[in-house]
Design a protein around this ligand. Sequence first.
Ligand code: U2F
Length: 557
Amino acid sequence: RPATFRVDVSALLAKLGEKKESLKFMKRRIQRLGPQWAAAARHLDRQLGDQGREQKRILVHMGFLAISSGDGFSSMVLKGGPLGEMVQWADILTALYILGHRVQVSVTIRHLQRILGKPYARRSCPASGFLPFDLIYTDYHGLDQIEEYRGISLRTHKCRIRVIDTFGTEPAYNNKEYAFKHGYRSSWGHRKLDSKQYMTMFPHTPDNSFMGFVVDELNETEKLDISRNKINNMTVVYGKEISMWERKEHFFKVLHRHMEIHGTVYSTDHPYVVPAFVHNHGLLSQKDLQQLLKKAKLFIGFGFPYEGPAPLEAVANGCIFLQPKFHPPHSSLNHIFFHGKPTSRELTSQHPYMEKHIGRPHVMTVNFSNLQEFEETIQEIMRTKVEPYLPFEYTCEGMLERVHAYIQHQDFCAPIDPFPLATIPSPFILLSNSERFTWDPDVKAPPSWPPLRSLQALISQPGHSCITACEGIGMVCEPTFFRFINNKQAFDTLKVPCKVLEGEVNHIFPAVKRQLLCSVQKDPRLFSCAGLSAGYQRLCPCRDARHGQVALCQDCL
Ligand code: U2F
């Protein structure tokens, strides 16, 4: 059955009950952004032309709202608790619905069982047989709940699962035995999924799929209004929870010398934490927060929360985002918040996406421990004029395009043909700079998404990851391509004089040490863009990317 775009979200709203604060928040968001989603759907529909799309039956089970410990998220919605997750789930639901799929939603164990059948109802929904969904979007909590309360193993159906995983899961954490043996312990991970089945909030590592969320897009009149009404000395502090304001007095003092400070912190009875000169608006609705940001010149973060949606919203409304640089970087090795998370990613600032993908003049990342540098940056910001800026990948159309592409092209159920380790003649052709190769257009390429014509492979600098190596040539690491270059011919094409060629189970392979010891990967689940090790040069598969849409290659739609 073909999927047809929808432009009216009211039937989706009816699927979400009224019981939980979290759901009410999501409904308000879906309703508010409805017209923008509809416009994006019309545009994408025209762009895709008569490309057929198949309608999928999709279960969306938000496990974090169903946790037995009392749904901590919902109770904190009105008290400054995390809203980033709710923002993302609301947008995922809308994208799936607008794309025309059959979406069922569950936020309680009871409902999940009603949809999937209780453990004893094996005949209607046997463990290894029929599952009435093509795809299940859930989170780590949801995975446990589906296994535990339905009493089935997900093994048979795991290729249909998509895990919404805010901070990401790197391949080294995906397999319990491997992770424990090599010191990649975590509280999560260990699911042995394809790493692309994990879907993140920002494009943290290309090992995972970047799902994202959306930010209100402004029309030309709104942009004009912003440039007329900006108040050059108005700051909004990033932090809706009181702990995010603690021990910041010295910064507020400096800031207050130049600017009027506004906050949207939930609590009002902490006069020593929120100074009297701060205009605290209390927690605002998303709509009202956007209005405040439209007037403000500066949105300032003090280190926490990490990687939330609000800085993108601020920059989209014409603010400059100022944030602290982290030296040394924060990660699961040295920071309690990331401890136990299945990633070794290092955050060089509060929001590395803002720092690296957007940067100056919209985003300023400075050393906050130097108060003079801090003050000079405030003065520089007051002199700098910026226009509202929103990367395409965070618009409704950007998200629709991406989710559409994933649904149509990502297939983790199809058996993967082992690519022959040595095909003669070699399918690779050196590019003119002779440090990279691509797939020879005269050799028939095996089916692949992204298509192999976007491949460019190279050898990294010693100790660098493939993420860094590909970024160095303006490209993106593409883990799907590892299986095609995990062979001797790839090393030969790049003239690496391998004295030894071994097959090993290690997430940094394929790689070479001292130009002589070449190793290929024996476990395809461990192909990793993020992996690195001192002394090793990675063999890296890179690809191009669509403008403003890092998740998709140019020919990926
Ligand atoms: C992040 O979660 P947070 O909820 O702390 O992220 P924020 O960037 O603060 O904002 C989330 C949304 O809250 C909204 C705002 C954002 O879309 O419009 N909001 C609001 O409605 N009213 C207000 O007064 C202020 C903000 C991150 F997203 C999570 O994944 C992490 O778990 C968490 C901790 O790092 O940080």
